[in-house]
Design a binder for this molecule. Sequence first.
Ligand code: C5P
Length: 247
Amino acid sequence: MKQKVRWTMARDVNGDSKAGVTVWVALDVPTPEEADAWMTRLHPHHHFKVGLELFLAAGPRAVAAWTARGEHVFLDLKLHDIPHTVAGAVRQARRLGVDLLTVHAAGGPAMLAAAQDAAGPALTLAAVTVLTSLSNEVLTAMGAPPARAWVETLAAMAAEAGVGAAVTSGAEVMVLHRRWPTLALVVPGVRPAGTPVGDQARVVSPANAVAAGAAHLVVGRPVLTAGEPLAALAAIKSDAMGAMAHA
Ligand code: C5P
């Protein structure tokens, strides 16, 4: 029986289930075969984010097979629908044995509460706040508040609904951690110093993300496109661990 990922601060970074900060490698690849090849190549790392592209290509059975053999899966489906529909989807995700599942906080309090009720104790929901692709200009045009205010409103809604985690950019992690210390913060756009940022507008180093209060780091291309992926992953974990040692 797999242990649930623990959120408490510890003095090490994952590879095992007692980690305080978890580094999730985003397997943004188009086939289950490529995902399998990465899992083998990155052994003994066992924490992988499966997004919409891979999920639609590989299907739920592949995800269930990965979790059954001991991989930890963060299923990034960003669910957003009426409460009844989202609750049903969460129940199905739960059956796959995944650790983390994303839902859009903008689905509202009733959707979040229904999702949390369906998740049960073994599955942690991560509420997506504001997509980092949305600028303040676009948010204004959509009739929404500026990013910082909207992120805080959505994080408050997630915490109120009892959701365990929230996805946020490195820019907001510190303020969210201070206001809602029980929300485990998931930070994508992580870039070690000197790595290309790609299409990420706002990036943060592993150490800075952890120092600001991140519990989960999501990293894709800095590992998948590295000449030495395992070494790149080890460097990211070591940077994150350095920040924990000074926490
Ligand atoms: O390759 P890179 O490290 O930029 O990958 C980041 C991962 O995190 C991708 O899977 C991306 O979809 C996801 N993500 C993100 N920004 C968000 C939410 C999720 O980059 N705001």
